[in-house]
Design a binder for this molecule. Structure first.
Ligand SMILES: Nc1ncnc2c1ncn2[C@@H]1O[C@H](COP(=O)(O)OP(=O)(O)OP(=O)(O)O)[C@@H](O)[C@H]1O
Length: 269
């Protein structure tokens, strides 16, 4: 077992935001968290990453209750990429990525060849090697996102938590980043809005609604038209991609789904 939650609860503002979540991220695999806005994906990721203290329940890392682990030990294992990262400092892309090495270095330790190698590799994996000297403040939203992912990769974690890693990325980089993460030899938990990306790259998905787990399992077993309609309030159908034959989710407003195709054609004629 890698990282797991056990009946995890978190209250804020007098409301139960995470409501009894039990999940188990299988070592070496990618677990997707999907759910509507406000369903608790970011809150859950923060609890798992130890950035928030649960009101009740447990997060375990291997066999250990995470509360018993020293902060540096957690930082050496778990990397977290938030939705947005900001800094006032005038730093370069490489400076940001170098931060990923902090948990591995003692207070007086110098910068080693191994540290540099991890940074170089992370910059290359995220397509940012040519921008390493560029100021963080001049990067586009997608480049900032990739720099944060590079920082997390330089950390060489065994568990990687990503909160909507594709939200600023163009389609090519969305596919590239998820392709990369899904092939890394680590356990990842990734909050995603795009159900097709979740179906394509995640080994397992957990569907959240109002802080509760509605379903969990292999993406195509879980993301059924009926569940999608219940949780997201949209109509869904599963077809095959004409490009590679893989299953593809087609989504539409519920109102569109009750109109027969012939009616759509008549109206658009
Ligand atoms: N510190 C807080 N105090 C009060 N309410 C909070 C706090 N943090 C989050 N919430 C509320 O908890 C709910 C879940 O928020 P969260 O950001 O976890 O959802 P999400 O599924 O990640 O949403 P999105 O898809 O929009 O990013 C929201 O209704 C949010 O307003």
């Amino acid at each position: 077992m890698s990282i797991a939650t056990h009946n995890l609860r978190w209250e804020a503002g007098g409301r139960l935001i995470v409501d009894g979540v039990t999940l188990n991220a299988v070592p070496g695999r990618m677990l997707g968290l999907v759910g509507p806005n406000g369903s608790g994906k970011s809150s859950l990721l923060r609890l798992i990453g130890g950035l928030r203290r649960a009101s009740a329940g447990l997060v375990t890392l291997g066999d250990c209750d995470m509360r018993t682990l020293p902060r540096p030990a957690i930082a050496r294992r778990i990397a977290f990429v938030a939705q947005q990262a900001a800094t006032e400092e005038d730093v370069t892309v490489e400076d940001v990525v170098r931060l990923g090495r902090t948990p591995h270095r003692g207070p007086l330790a110098g910068w080693t060849g191994r540290d540099q190698q991890a940074v170089d590799q992370a910059l290359m994996q995220t397509g940012l090697a040519a921008k390493r000297r560029q100021s963080w403040h001049t990067l586009s939203g997608g480049e900032k996102q990739r720099a944060q992912i590079a920082r997390a990769l330089a950390q060489a974690p065994t568990e990687l938590l990503l909160d909507e890693p594709t939200n600023h990325l163009d389609v090519q980089h969305q596919l590239e980043i998820l392709e990369l993460v899904s092939h890394l030899p680590l356990t990842s938990i990734v909050a995603l809005h795009d159900l097709n990306l979740a179906a394509l790259y995640c080994d397992e998905v957990v569907v959240l609604m109002a802080g509760r787990v509605m379903a969990a399992g292999a993406p195509l077993k879980v993301l059924t038209p009926s569940l999608i309609r219940t949780v997201f309030g949209v109509a869904a159908a599963i077809g095959r991609s004409p490009i590679d034959g893989r299953p593809h989710l087609y989504l539409a407003p519920v109102a569109a789904a009750v109109q027969p195709v012939s009616e759509h054609l008549r109206q658009s004629a």
